[in-house]
Design a protein around this ligand. Structure first.
Ligand SMILES: Cc1cc2nc3c(=O)[nH]c(=O)nc-3n(C[C@H](O)[C@H](O)[C@H](O)COP(=O)(O)OP(=O)(O)OC[C@H]3O[C@@H](n4cnc5c(N)ncnc54)[C@H](O)[C@@H]3O)c2cc1C
Length: 362
């Protein structure tokens, strides 16, 4: 949406962009917490694509079934689209089966349907051990599991059942948010204050129904009455079948986001960048692609990918902290820390309203 908006702004009707999505609406990643903890209905957070109207952009609801990078052609359930430039931004799929027992005995909160199902499940949980666990790496939005654990703590406290429950966070990362030591420290302090146990550098491998446990990669078994999981991520099958992936994701030139095939780009979670998989980084990549396409069609020097993004972190009690990250404009990562505060909320509200207005005219 950001890339289509940028091209439309630059070229108007001449942009001739076809934006293909199998879904009919957009949901901000973080809205899943509102849905699962009962703060908002799915209907309230859905932004229907029909309100995305931009000169020179045609949005079609079709499912891509094949990608031919060399021909810059995609086949969908309704036809074939060929283009001068092809930008692959199909995000990630989830490999639920990679974690035995997850489908039958656990819950994932990373998809919209998963978060929506949890809305019915969570009110029934009032006793025993809960685990927020990550089942593979890389996964998108590195701080989201920490946000989930803290929000669960406050949700159970408000219901008056927190002292009957234990919460454990299991993460393959070495700290809650490796890109920001300050945010990681603030999160560790919040976990301690909330009585949340944190097991770092560990991954959940399976859920054992018979023993009522979650099995970690170091062999540890943790008792588990409620499992809120981040499933193993993988590129969508259609992307893997295109032959563009390497080690599961699409390698790109980090500066232009172009793949090894000329005029074929990949942005967002599906691209192999080594940077966090998050919406705000997908946006800075979109700016680089827009600039590259405009330079190729109109001349000029393209602006490189800045690798910038803002990682917003809910502390569950209404406070919000964040880090403005810049991976690529200098010799090393620059990270500007904004400590958690109630005032910080306005930053997140602004993040949402600016994009909702920009993309959906609301
Ligand atoms: C709980 C949670 C909280 C998050 N919080 C934040 C946050 O605060 N800030 C932040 O920056 N990021 C956050 N994220 C991460 C963010 O949502 C993603 O990184 C971002 O959406 C990635 O954008 P993308 O365009 O790569 O993929 P997506 O947003 O997943 O878009 C991919 C699109 O491709 C479509 N698609 C897939 N396959 C096909 C096909 N075969 N045919 C047609 N269409 C197809 C899908 O329908 C989808 O609309 C969060 C994620 C989660 C799960």
């Amino acid at each position: 949406m950001e890339l289509a908006t940028l091209l439309s702004e630059a070229m108007g009707e001449e942009a001739d962009v076809t934006l293909i999505d199998k879904g009919d609406s957009f949901v901000f990643g973080y809205s899943k917490f509102d849905v699962m903890f009962g703060g908002a209905t799915l209907e309230a957070v859905r932004l229907p694509y029909r309100s995305f109207a931009r000169p020179g952009v045609r949005l079609v609801q079709e499912t891509i079934t094949a990608i031919d990078p060399e021909a810059r052609r995609v086949t969908t359930d309704q036809g074939v689209h060929s283009a001068d430039f092809l930008v692959i931004a199909l995000g990630t799929d989830f490999d639920i089966a990679a974690t035995p027992g997850l489908a039958e005995h656990g819950h994932e909160f990373y998809s919209v349907p998963g978060a929506n199902r949890l809305r019915e499940v969570l009110p029934g949980f009032s006793k025993g051990p809960a685990i927020v666990g990550i089942c593979g790496f890389p996964y998108k939005c590195p701080p989201a599991p920490s946000e989930c654990a803290l929000t669960l703590h406050h949700y159970l406290t408000e219901r008056g059942v927190r002292d009957q429950c234990e919460i454990t966070l299991v993460s393959p990362l070495s700290s809650p948010m490796p890109a920001s030591a300050d945010l990681s420290r603030a999160l560790m302090e919040a976990f301690e204050a909330a009585g949340i146990r944190v097991l770092l550098s560990r991954t959940v491998m399976a859920l054992e129904a018979d023993r009522g446990t979650a099995v970690l990669d170091d062999g540890t078994e943790l008792p588990c009455a409620l499992f809120l999981g981040v499933p193993k991520h993988q590129a969508p099958e259609v992307v893997i079948d295109s032959g563009l992936t390497e080690g599961g994701w699409i390698p790109i030139d980090l500066s232009s986001m172009e793949t090894s095939v000329p005029n074929v780009y990949a942005i967002g979670d599906v691209a192999k960048t080594g940077l966090p998989k998050a919406g705000s980084f997908a946006e800075s990549q979109a700016r680089a692609v827009a600039s590259s396409i405009l330079a190729k069609t109109r001349g000029g020097v393209p602006s490189p990918n800045t690798g910038t993004g803002s990682c917003l972190v809910e502390f569950g009690d209404g406070r919000l902290g964040w880090a403005d990250l810049d991976f690529l404009t200098g010799p090393s990562l620059k990270s500007v820390y904004h400590a958690p505060s109630f005032e910080g909320r306005t930053h997140k509200e602004e993040f949402g309203t600016v994009r909702t207005a920009r993309w959906f005219g609301r």
